[in-house]
Ligand binder design. Sequence first.
Ligand SMILES: [Zn+2]
Length: 153
Amino acid sequence: MRTLNKKASGGDMNRERYAELKGILEERRREIMDQVQEKIRDVRTEGANSSTHGVLDAAETSESDIQDEIEFALIQMKAETLHKIEEALRRLEENTFGYCFECGAEISERRLRALPFAVRCKDCEEAREIAHQRERLIAQRRGAASLFIDMQG
Ligand SMILES: [Zn+2]
């Protein structure tokens, strides 16, 4: 009979939560990989088509250029997301994923499902937003004041 090696350190994330979070991230990764592969396939088939259909006129060419650029930007965005997921999976292995950056509390699974890259719990995020708004207001005032000083100096 095998025994699970339970670590009694207490700080470790429980297995259920670990599996849940890993599932969220891997699902997301698979989705994006599928989308990227599909896009790449589309671009390839389009490329093959246009070469067999001969020369496009200038308008068509620039239109397809724009299309290509959009496709490329999309793929790039997805590649960045993939990178973030890899990072999150690594942090999950290190036991630092899913905890609030500010207060250290566990970020709820519901929140992570909606925002897999959330680094703060809901409370801290809200507090931060309020603080940000306040900072922005102060900065605006300070900006106006320093502009006035600059003019005098
Ligand atoms: Zn927090």
